[in-house]
Design a protein around this ligand. Structure first.
Ligand SMILES: *Cc1c(COP(=O)(O)O)cnc(C)c1O
Length: 225
């Protein structure tokens, strides 16, 4: 955890940005509730999960702690209700139909679910994410939904060791954010950067990095549910 904070601080310094402008979302998928409790003890508050049932079990275990839960997995139609009922954020919104369902399922006693539009910048192997030129229309569709609050954009670029390529993807997301903002929809969140590319993301303006391995260690492969 400390090492990750130091990496973020170093990259922020290089970018001339305050390190506090970069939130750390700890991606705890596959790790037990005890690992989350331990990270909470070290000051961590934001946790990300991408298997709904696994996340609900951990929320139950950890209900006594003040944690902020982010859903970062692909959002299937049959999972919109538990996501809307239990999470504070959802990062993978890439279709209007999913956004509408999340909004309808958000309980009125809760503040709106905070969401990011997932953008697919490389048309690479990952099937999740909307094409960049569809992000503005989707943003326009989300803004009026009462159960949602649109915060920004999220991306998962193809893995690469080439920091130039990493930066070009993250720069493209930032430019898309700026373009949508110019169209009158202000977005304050760029959810980008994982364990292997957080420096590139911070240099290009990430406001939230999603870090699993560098905090919790390597994950066992588990079948997607
Ligand atoms: C698993 C996951 C991460 C964390 O990846 P690491 O490489 O372990 O840091 C980040 N974002 C999403 C959407 C993930 O599913």
């Amino acid at each position: 955890m400390q090492a990750v904070h130091e990496r973020i601080a170093a990259a922020a310094r290089e970018a001339g940005r305050p390190a506090q402008d970069v939130a750390l979302l700890a991606i705890s998928k596959t790790f037990p509730s005890s690992a989350i409790a331990e990270a909470h003890g070290a000051g961590q508050r934001l946790f990300g999960e991408n298997y709904v049932q696994e996340a609900l079990d951990k929320m139950r275990d950890l209900a006594h702690l003040a944690l902020e839960w982010h859903y970062v997995g692909p959002i299937q139609s049959n999972k919109t209700r538990p996501i809307a009922e239990h999470f504070h954020w959802a990062h993978g919104v890439d279709r209007e139909k999913i956004a509408v369902r999340l909004s309808q399922s958000r309980p009125s006693r809760l503040p709106p679910l905070q969401v990011c539009i997932q953008v697919n910048l490389g048309a690479e192997a990952t099937k999740s994410g909307i094409a960049p030129d569809q992000a503005l229309p989707l943003a326009r569709a989300i803004v009026p939904l009462p159960g949602l609050r649109l915060r920004g954009l999220m991306t998962i670029p193809e893995p690469s060791r080439d920091i130039g390529l990493q930066r070009s993807r993250f720069r493209a997301l930032r430019e898309l954010r700026d373009e949508i903002t110019r169209h009158g929809i202000p977005l304050d969140t760029l959810s980008m950067g994982m364990s292997d590319d957080l420096e590139a993301a911070v240099l290009e303006g990430a406001t939230l990095v999603r870090i699993g391995t560098a905090i919790f260690g390597a994950r066992q492969a588990i079948p997607a549910s």
